[in-house]
Design a protein around this ligand. Structure first.
Ligand code: FAD
Length: 266
């Protein structure tokens, strides 16, 4: 069984700044972490591997610094990692990102199971997982928050979409995107952390993928969308009023406020 887990290194969203003029996230303005949902994806893979055996490979497309995120996945249970990094991959939108990831999975020889997070905390489109499945021409199941059964040949999961809970079964290969409710990612042991530091992470650029994807399908050239402008919305400031002592006074006060706001007409 070969399990691939897609992992994106994301900026710390509490601290990151936006370069509104250039229309991009200023990734140098904050620290980075593994997209939280991808830790759930990795945990799902590790739990399955504990029962069925096989190999877990984590895959990330990003700058050289994403090697740290991949080393962290090795500390948390992955067997191998591959970093997709090349200047020519820069400026990729979700289409070019998914195509490049799919090309790398083809180069790996395919996978039985592919896990991804439901979304990232920075881009937040939730499209990379399903689009990757599309470019691999395999089925996908999204929004999975429970794995009810799995075997060497198939997997049964609960997918929560639009307030409905669906039990879905798929044979392999299949790509699954997971929510935070699926599990509690375990912490890496000190021993694994130390050995992960020494792990060699192969870096694949366009040269390594050229049998699987054309150059005009990667990076900016391969992107169907262009960011025209990026804006940080002004912080919303709300005025509050608290009545503590007298209930009648509170009701009168509230009625006045609602009348002023034209919510009540009395
Ligand atoms: C025109 C345009 C230009 C852009 N230029 C840049 C740029 O120059 N630099 C830049 O960093 N971003 C750029 N982006 C953003 C980039 O497209 C997204 O970061 C990327 O497509 C992932 O989308 P997302 O974050 O919405 O992922 P989602 O679809 O929300 O992610 C879902 C899951 O897919 C997997 N996944 C997502 N991204 C990756 C990845 N890179 N590697 C491995 N797994 C992944 C993870 O498991 C994740 O949980 C650009 C976007 C656009 C539209």
């Amino acid at each position: 069984m070969r399990i691939v887990v897609l992992v994106k290194q994301v900026p710390d969203m509490e601290r990151v700044k936006f370069d509104c003029e250039a229309g991009r996230v200023d990734r140098s303005s904050a620290g980075t972490e593994i997209n939280p949902f991808d830790l759930n994806a990795l945990e799902a893979a590790v739990s399955i591997q504990e029962q069925l055996g096989g190999k877990i490979i984590t895959l990330s497309m990003g700058p050289a610094a994403a090697e740290d995120a991949l080393k962290d996945t090795i500390a948390r249970g992955a067997d191998e990692s591959v970093l997709l990094s090349d200047r020519r991959f820069g400026g990729a939108d979700v289409k070019a990102t998914a195509k490049t990831i799919a090309a790398a999975i083809k180069k790996l020889g395919g996978a039985d199971l592919i896990f991804a997070g439901i979304q990232t905390v920075d881009g937040d489109t939730g499209q990379v997982g399903p689009e990757t499945a599309g470019y691999l021409d395999i089925p996908h199941i999204s929004n999975v928050d429970f794995i009810s059964a799995y075997s060497e040949t198939d997997i049964t999961v609960v997918s929560n979409v639009m307030e409905g809970s669906y039990v879905k079964k798929s044979s392999y290969p299949v790509l699954i995107t997971v929510t935070k409710d699926i599990n509690q990612p375990r912490l890496p042991s000190m021993k694994r952390k130390l050995s992960a530091r020494k792990a060699h992470i192969p870096v694949w650029g366009y040269e390594e993928l050229q049998d699987y994807i054309r150059e005009d399908e990667i990076g900016l050239q391969g992107s169907a969308t262009k960011v025209k402008r990026i804006e940080v919305p002004p912080a919303v400031t709300r005025k509050g009023q608290v009545w503590r002592e007298n209930v009648e006074e509170a009701i009168d006060g509230l009625v006045e406020v609602l009348k002023k706001a034209k919510v009540l007409e009395v």
